[in-house]
Design a binder for this molecule. Structure first.
Ligand code: SF4
Ligand code: SF4
Length: 305
């Protein structure tokens, strides 16, 4: 059985990528299972999706713990442990990363001897906030690396899954998927099916001891902000809202009230201050600021500064 896992951020099309690849496998004669797993509710949050494909009926369920291929649409996730990109990889797991960094540099950085392939950006190069076709490209490259999916099955799968988006969008996705497929002919078949693990090697259910908490935390009413504050949702951000205080008019009832996560506080001088530990980067504040005093800075760029 092939076990493949896609990692990306909400909005990058990982669910769609898993559907395209699943359909392509199906058209190539396989039994298929594909499913996304959302950890959170919005764009930018780490999510993953997975595909199982076999010539026999698939009885295995649940998330894939020992992947044959890990596909990463957003390279910034690799270094975030909570995203679980490297969870369960074995020496035979192949990594495919959408990145301009060379495979050798990735191997060195991750201290891995595994086969690593990188995928250049497809489409939307002029849009720094979004890589619209990365999902289709990842599906196309994955289809090539498994080596058992003919090009026309991939093409039909993209059409089946995305026809509802209209001809123009479909054409862009087809370009991305087939372009990525055509990039890696020398590596077709490098992803191989893992041998079936014996039943007695399956993980036992993990029991979790839940100690009694203070009623202020454990009762079904929310009395305190303790739990939400402990979730650093700032990790989800791909772009950062930055306030230009020269142009800010201190109308904080607008941005601080509209922030869905209450991460904009007001300082003693009456200026808004963003809590970047918890700001998710939805940019509602930027869209609602009447003075255009908030701009979006890609997280990579902000990190360098
Ligand atoms: S809405 Fe804009 S101008 Fe008003 S306080 Fe917020 S950042 Fe400043
Ligand atoms: S981007 Fe703005 S509105 Fe969205 S969470 Fe961050 S501060 Fe709040």
């Amino acid at each position: 059985m092939y076990r493949l896992r896609f990692h990306g951020r909400g909005g990058q099309g990982m669910k769609t990528a898993s559907r395209i690849l699943g359909t392509a496998f199906f058209l190539a004669g396989f039994e298929v299972q594909d499913a996304p797993r959302y950890g959170a509710e919005r764009r930018g949050a780490p999510i993953f999706a997975y595909v199982r494909a076999d010539h026999r009926a698939i009885y295995e369920r649940g998330i894939i713990r020992r992947p044959d291929l890990v596909i990463v649409a957003d390279e910034t996730l690799v270094s975030i442990p909570a995203a679980g990109v490297l969870d369960g990889i074995t020496p035979r797991t192949v990594l495919l990363i959408s990145s301009t960094v060379q495979p050798e540099a990735w191997r060195e950085k991750l201290r891995l001897a595994n086969p690593v392939f990188t995928l250049p950006r497809f489409g939307a190069l002029d849009d720094p906030l979004e890589q619209r076709y990365v999902g289709a490209a990842c599906a196309g490259a994955a289809a090539r690396l498994v080596g058992v999916i003919p090009r026309d099955c991939l093409s039909r799968a993209v059409r089946d899954e995305l026809a509802h988006l209209g001809e123009a969008v479909l054409a862009k996705n087809l370009d991305a998927a087939l372009g990525a497929y055509d990039l890696l002919p020398a590596h077709a078949g490098c992803v191989t099916e893992a041998p079936e693990p014996p039943a007695d090697t399956y993980d036992q259910p993990r029991w979790i001891d839940l100690p009694f908490d203070d009623a202020g935390l454990s009762a079904p009413d929310i009395f305190a902000p303790a739990t939400t504050e402990k979730v650093p949702t700032g990790l989800w951000r791909t772009v950062r809202p930055v306030i230009d205080y020269e142009h800010c008019h201190r109308c904080v009832w607008i941005c601080s009230t509209l922030c869905p996560d209450s991460t904009i506080r007001v300082n003693e001088e009456g200026f808004p201050v963003i809590d970047y530990e918890h700001c998710k980067g939805c940019l509602i504040c930027m869209a609602s600021c009447p003075s255009h005093a908030i701009r979006a800075v890609p997280e990579e760029e902000a990190g360098k500064k």
